[in-house]
Design a protein around this ligand. Sequence first.
Ligand code: AMP
Length: 214
Amino acid sequence: MNLVFLGPPGSGKGTQAVRVAKALKVSHISTGDLLREAVRDKTELGKKVEDTMKQGQLVPDEVVISLIGQKIMALEENQGFILDGFPRNVPQAESLKFMFDNQHKKLDKAILLRVSDDEVVKRLSGRWNCPKCNTGYNHPSNVPKHEGICDRDGEKLLRRPDDEEAVVRKRLEVYKAETIPIEDFYRKESILTEIEGEQQPDKVFQDILTAVKD
Ligand code: AMP
């Protein structure tokens, strides 16, 4: 099973992708996580993309296409996967299709999580992450036992620099201009499924499972 998760920043795609990947026993590949790891490790790639990410802009297509290509190539022949955060524009969706056609793979579904702009801003301004284990917390729905400290490993929680409100607004703008056109791309291929992302997380999870088993 090969899936793409679409949705604005803060729509819950990362959280749901991790959960669904576990339930379906497929790999979870997040371009945002891969790029943040490169920034944290100060690799050449990290240095190249850091400023762009801080501003909430998309990094160049060739960078993410090559990153995703390497990750997919490294998987076992029949290992399924969820792509989270990729593709982000129509040229990326086209190159993914080209890559799949060449490798005789197919995309089974594109899952779109629908969440309003106000909800995005509200969610991201309360989002905290553990830099060590990547566990996410949210004020007020999912707070750690001790304020600012990860329940799992006691690490000090951090906010993503691109979760500041002005940057969130920029990311939403970029999402509307660049990413929304992908909906039509997958609608034409008859693989787009829309899920109401403002429901309880367990319900969103169940709706996604029902959609992929259809
Ligand atoms: P995310 O964690 O998916 O919200 O991604 C965080 C940031 O990483 C984005 O705001 C972009 O700067 C960059 N990024 C992630 N995925 C892509 C992509 N497919 N194309 C371009 N930039 C990306």
